[in-house]
Design a protein around this ligand. Structure first.
Ligand code: COI
Length: 336
């Protein structure tokens, strides 16, 4: 293993010791195997290549203050991958087997978990896809589930410094975010065009409005939307076309524990200018504050150069639980 500069980690692929793979054929999943091979061999006619039958998940393992390695809420991801699988007519994967597989691959790559105090974590990426060769539009009859892991740092350059967002106005091509549309985690390609346009104008992140009326806030390219309102409430969109984010759910719970009122409700885009501390949230982005939002010719500037005080409280509480510095009152952590 090459030495790793833990403090300099970004959110990018790095091959580690192993990934774990399971194959589904004849109506059942096999027992799986760890492998040091980071390539896959597929038929040129594999369903995933033609019809995109693929879903994925994301979660993280943390090295705690006590040196123990714990995964944050893998049971929630086990449930969500199965909900995604049902949407795309893919086979469900038994929840216990999923959590066991996550523990196995994390243990096998234990020396890739960033040490406590470096601010890094081990990102865990399960991906399931249809492998059978077919050109008729049908669900695949064979599948592969691969769980890979990699040490990561912040998703956006600058860590928890505010990023600038742009509301997507390119409805024809991009709306909705592929993830939310089918409520299955796993196809972000629909958002890439808007993302490319926004990045050209130096906006690292796109905020999508609802696909039907284009008037309500949905979610970002990479993550859910949340905001602290001027009267100190935690609000996040109630929408059928966004990813059911485990991080958002955790933050809502944490917010309530800290005494905030937390609401999931429709948020009109016109309300954005009245929010105090908007942010993106997700496994990869954790809580990333949003400094400005561009909407056509208008720019809403929230005036933050650093994370705001309420988001800071939520960030410290969530990451405090993840790194074992604060009590895990909801039993979210699973030790490896
Ligand atoms: C995650 O937050 O885990 C995701 O899968 C989002 C992706 C943009 C990295």
């Amino acid at each position: 293993m090459q030495p790793i500069n833990w403090e300099a980690l970004k959110f990018e692929f790095m091959p580690t010791r192993s990934n774990i793979r399971f194959h589904y054929a004849d109506g059942k999943w096999d027992e799986g195997r760890l492998t040091g091979d980071f390539n896959i061999s597929l038929s040129v006619a594999a369903n995933v290549l033609h019809y995109g039958q693929a879903i994925f998940e994301g979660m993280k393992a943390f090295c705690g203050k006590d040196g123990k390695i714990r995964v944050f809420r893998p049971w929630a991801n086990a449930k969500r991958i199965n909900s995604s699988a049902r949407q795309l007519v893919m086979p469900e994967f038994p929840e216990e087997k999923f959590v066991e597989a996550v523990k196995t691959v994390v243990r096998d790559n234990i020396d890739y978990v960033p040490p406590y105090g470096t601010g890094g974590s081990l990102y865990i990426r399960p991906v399931m896809f249809g492998t059978s060769p077919q050109v008729g539009v049908n669900a695949s009859f064979e599948y592969e589930l691969v769980i890979m892991v990699m040490p990561v740092g912040p998703y956006y350059k600058g860590g928890i410094k505010p990023v600038d967002a742009m509301i997507s106005v390119d409805f024809d091509r991009a709306a909705p975010h592929g993830t939310g549309h089918i409520k299955a985690a796993g196809n972000y390609a629909a958002g890439l065009y808007s993302s490319m346009l926004a990045k050209k104008q130096h906006f690292p992140i796109v905020l999508f409005l609802d696909p039907q009326t284009h008037t309500y806030v949905d979610e970002f390219t990479t993550s859910n939307f949340l905001a602290i309102t001027k009267d100190g409430k935690y609000v996040t969109p109630l929408s059928d076309s966004i990813l059911p984010s485990v991080t958002n759910d955790s933050l809502m719970t944490v917010a309530k524990d800290l005494g905030y009122v937390a609401e999931r409700r429709r948020i009109a885009a016109t309300e954005l200018k009245d929010m105090a501390e908007p942010a993106a949230c997700g496994t990869a982005v954790v809580i990333t504050p949003v400094g400005r939002i561009a909407w056509g010719d208008q720019v809403i500037d929230y005036g933050w150069k650093e994370i705001g005080p309420n988001l800071r409280k939520l960030y410290d509480e969530l990451t405090g639980i993840q790194y074992g510095e604060r009590p895990d009152n909801h039993n979210w952590l699973v030790e490896c």
